[in-house]
Design a protein around this ligand. Structure first.
Ligand code: BTN
Length: 325
């Protein structure tokens, strides 16, 4: 619906067209034209209406088109299947289903919006339409299940590189799965795996990256702590371009990881660390503990100096819930 209206507005290249002329060409009443304008606005089209002048098209929604993404990929051969859902509950759930049905390594599932976006620790991931990236990568890596969490770090480095390349602003990483821009969280990674006895069947890497979200797109309680590329860099980014750069950087990082483990990627991770040398409070199985973060090791574990303890320990999971300095 609205295709003819869009064509008419498009022909006028940003100039006003009267409601009467539009109605005549469409063979409908001005009230019906107004209804279609409202529908198009809801789909993300910028349409200005002015009394006496009519309507003009100011902007189109940022649609993620498969061809735009694939045509600009340098890692085209790495990716075997690419699906974009207008809306789904969770791309991670779709990817797990696809995996069970035999979808190949290198499958990308992406959504314009999610109704049940999931974060770590069963948290909700805000997934409004039209503004951000929500995607899951299905991988079948020839590694031990114990190494699978390292893929979160591989992904984080790829995400940081892509963001820096496109937005030209520094990205920081918070172990194990958060990307920060200007002190606020802009992206999160949720890696989920399936195993058969001690064999890794597949890994799903879910990535949520806030690209063009504005303050009003976040619920009030997140406004102080969440950000987007747009908020941090002060301009809007085509989502297809951000996605393509991430997929390229990921394919590179993944190949490096398979041949040399995390070691070649560690300097890239550690130099972007948000917490290295800082006092941090970690939520682990035995409760919340304070200490100092030293860095990340070649197994992807956090090197941590617990207050009052001798030496360094290695944390393989946990959440940094506070940091200072
Ligand atoms: C986190 O920071 O807790 C991880 C957030 C991961 C969100 C992404 S959005 C795409 C994929 N589908 C989901 O349901 N979750 C991940």
């Amino acid at each position: 619906m609205g295709d003819l209206l869009l064509r008419i507005l498009g022909e006028h290249q940003g100039r006003f067209v009267s409601g009467e002329e539009i109605g005549r060409r469409m063979g409908t009443s001005r009230a019906a034209v107004w209804k279609q304008v409202r529908t198009l606005r809801r789909r993300g089209f910028g349409i200005e209406g002015a009394r006496g002048a009519g309507y003009r098209l100011l902007g189109r929604p940022d649609v993620i088109e498969e061809t735009d993404v694939l045509s600009s990929l340098s890692s085209r051969s790495f990716w075997k299947s690419f699906t974009i859902f207008p809306v789904t509950d969770s791309t991670n759930s779709r990817a797990a289903e696809a995996a069970e049905k035999g979808a190949p390594h290198g499958t990308i599932l992406c959504a314009d919006a999610q109704t049940g976006g999931r974060g770590r620790f069963d948290r909700r991931w805000e997934s409004p339409p039209g503004v951000n990236l929500y995607l899951s990568l299905l991988l079948r890596p020839p590694i031990d299940p114990s190494q699978a969490p390292q893929l979160t770090l591989v992904t984080a480095v790829a995400l940081a590189k892509a963001v820096e390349e496109v937005a030209k602003i520094p990205a920081r990483l918070k172990w194990p799965n958060d990307l920060y821009l200007a002190g606020k969280k802009a992206a999160g990674i949720l890696a989920e795996m399936a195993t058969d006895a001690d064999r890794l069947r597949h890994v799903v890497i879910g990535v949520g990256l806030n690209v063009n979200a504005q303050e009003s797109d976040f619920p009030r309680d997140l406004r102080g702590s969440a950000t987007s590329l747009r908020l941090a860099a002060g301009r809007v980014f085509p989502r297809a371009e951000v996605l393509a750069r991430f997929l390229d950087r990921f394919a590179e990082g993944y190949r490096e990881f398979l041949s040399g483990g995390l070691t070649p990627l560690l300097p890239e991770w550690n130099r972007r660390s948000l917490i290295a040398g800082k006092r941090i409070k970690v939520r682990c199985r035995e409760g919340d503990v304070w200490g100092t973060a030293a860095g990340v090791d070649e197994a992807g574990m956090l090197l941590f100096r617990r207050d009052g303890a001798k030496g360094e320990e290695r944390l393989h999971s946990g959440e940094i819930i506070e940091f200072t300095g």
